[in-house]
Write a protein that binds this ligand. Structure first.
Ligand code: UDX
Ligand code: UDX
Ligand code: ADP
Length: 469
């Protein structure tokens, strides 16, 4: 079995960065080098004052301990590849925007170019591990590229080792994973490579939590896990619509069904919709895969999870417009939270983007506050979602504030889009005083105490609660 002493990670993003930083922390005897094409990103990982390129609770402590010891960040990709015994490919795999499979299939150009890079510069045998979430059979394409382009005496073993960390809890998820999944070809060489990676994780993960399976099962399991999780949210969100129409309470319903040990209590929180870089992308991937395998009913089944999510976002913004007397033109609305969930600065597929777009299209004025999202990112997201509107026009309608209180001042309505803890601690009496009346609160994250807000004088609408207003 090959022994791993040097690891290279290609891609210093949300997945590669934290994952390989934790590997370095837990394996002081292994040298870990994380490389990226993006110089600014690498500079941020190397910054003296630890202004890391991603916000993740606990990450800074990990980097402080391991950086410069056995953890390095670099743009010298060739050198890191040449030195490594094992290479994680952890590059981005966005949904294709044009061509065959546009809107559904994953764009594998970054995976392919990283793979070609490995083949071009490697001078010794390597274990190559796909870490990015990829469609089934990507490992096979990687193997074909590597074998067709490698030098003599260089052999490549391909593993699939999908990452299950969730943003906001990444460090804890990496320290105590429910499971680590390693897929390999079931050949002696494939199994030996799989064991070599298993030994890396065994430095801190109990061996019975490391599952070793075939390559294709591993790739499909990652898509399946995310699809099943997203499906739970769409299911509970579909029920939230029934609750609103009937007077049932989605919190009570979720609590009651979660008590069934076959269902379980986690991941049943109704919301304005799921976001994040994975759920929608992975489901669309699964839909595309099913269609390519001539399984239209299967494709249709999974597609419905995304359709329901879109419906939930639309339904929420429509509730805002309907409740504000069918027009929000010229009215100022406070949007609290822009990240796709709490404890992250990531806005990819954030439902807040859709909500703000809808409000702007209705000609409202929008204040936005998020404790972590950088302002530049908000402008980028709004420009992307409204390509025909110049940024200068968007800026006439949108104001980004630096506190929740400031965000709510002189508005007609407050919309809670992300469940940041600090929003639970808002002094609603003060907010009420500063708002125009009647003052409305729309809670898309089941966060507020409805009774308390009503007593202050607010009109309140909460996802999945029938007794609105
Ligand atoms: C997800 C998976 O959880 C993780 O295992 C995988 O590796 C990557 O994709 P992530 O997207 O970081 O992780 O966050 P997650 O906590 O799963 O939340 C995704 C979205 O669902 C967020 O917008 C969140 O607000 C929403 N959500 C989650 C709900 O609306 N209700 C819930 O009960 C849980
Ligand atoms: C179900 C609910 O489980 C129970 O809580 C409710 O009160 C009545 O409906 P039941 O229909 O008796 O109970 O049986 P259940 O064990 O749930 O199985 C239902 C069907 O699902 C069966 O045909 C079973 O074979 C099938 N099933 C169940 C699967 O195909 N796969 C599974 O993993 C579980
Ligand atoms: P994820 O959420 O999957 O980690 P990110 O977009 O956060 O995705 O990070 C992926 C990183 O991979 C980016 O920083 C990007 O610059 C980097 N990257 C993409 N292709 C290559 C490549 N061929 N070589 C090195 N880095 C790459």
């Amino acid at each position: 079995m090959p022994t791993v002493t040097k690891i290279c990670c290609i891609g210093a993003g949300y997945v590669g960065g934290p994952t390989c930083a934790v590997i370095a922390l837990k394996c002081p005897h292994i040298q870990v080098t994380i490389v990226d094409l993006n110089q600014a990103r690498i500079d941020a990982w190397n910054s003296r004052d630890y202004k890391l390129p991603i916000y993740e609770p606990g990450l800074e402590d990990v980097v402080r301990e391991a950086r410069g010891r056995n953890l390095f960040f670099s743009t010298d990709i060739d050198k890191a590849i040449q030195e490594a015994d094992l290479i994680f490919v952890s590059v981005n795999t966005p949904t294709k925007k044009s061509g065959v499979g546009a809107g559904f299939a994953a764009d594998l150009k970054y995976v392919e170019s990283a793979t070609r890079h490995i083949a071009k510069v490697a001078t010794s045998s390597k274990i190559v591990v796909e870490k990015s979430t990829v469609p089934c059979r990507t490992a096979e394409s990687m193997r074909t590229i590597l074998e067709a382009n490698s030098r003599p005496n260089c052999r490549f073993d391909i593993l699939s080792n999908p990452e299950f960390l969730a943003e906001g809890t990444a460090i804890n998820d990496l320290f105590n994973p429910d499971r680590v999944l390693i897929g390999s070809l079931q050949t002696p060489d494939g199994i030996a490579a799989s064991n070599a990676l298993l030994e890396v994780y065994a430095n801190w993960v109990p061996k019975d939590r490391v599952l070793t399976v075939g390559l294709w099962s591993s790739e499909l399991s990652k898509l399946a896990a995310n699809a099943m999780l997203a499906q739970r949210i769409s299911s509970v969100n579909a029920l939230s619509a029934i609750c609103e129409a009937t007077g049932a309470n989605i919190d009570e319903v979720a609590h009651a069904i979660g008590y069934d040990s076959r269902i379980g209590p986690k991941f049943l929180r109704a919301s304005v919709g799921f976001g994040g870089s994975c759920f929608q992308k992975d489901i669309l991937n699964l839909v595309y895969l099913s269609e390519s395998l001539h399984l239209p009913e299967v494709a249709e089944y999974w597609k419905q999870v995304v359709v329901m999510n879109e419906y939930q976002k639309r339904r929420f913004s429509k509730t805002v417009v309907d409740t504000l007397f069918n027009t929000i033109t010229g009215k100022r609305i406070a949007v609290l939270g822009f990240a796709f969930k709490a404890d992250t600065g990531d806005t990819r597929e954030s439902p807040a983007i859709t909500l703000v777009r809808d409000f702007l299209q209705e000609k409202a004025l929008v204040n936005i506050y998020d404790p972590q999202v950088v302002h530049e990112q908000i402008w980028t997201d709004l420009t992307e979602v409204m390509p025909s509107v110049p940024l200068s026009d968007i800026k006439k309608q949108v104001h980004i504030t630096t506190s929740a209180l400031e965000c709510c001042l002189n508005t007609e309505a407050v919309v809670i889009a992300t469940e940041w803890r600090e929003f639970r601690e808002i002094d609603w009496e003060v907010v009420y005083t500063g708002m125009n009346k009647p003052a409305f609160v729309f809670d898309g994250r089941l966060l507020v105490d409805i009774q308390k807000l009503k007593e202050i004088g607010f009109q309140v609408a909460v996802i999945g609660r029938g007794e609105r207003l």
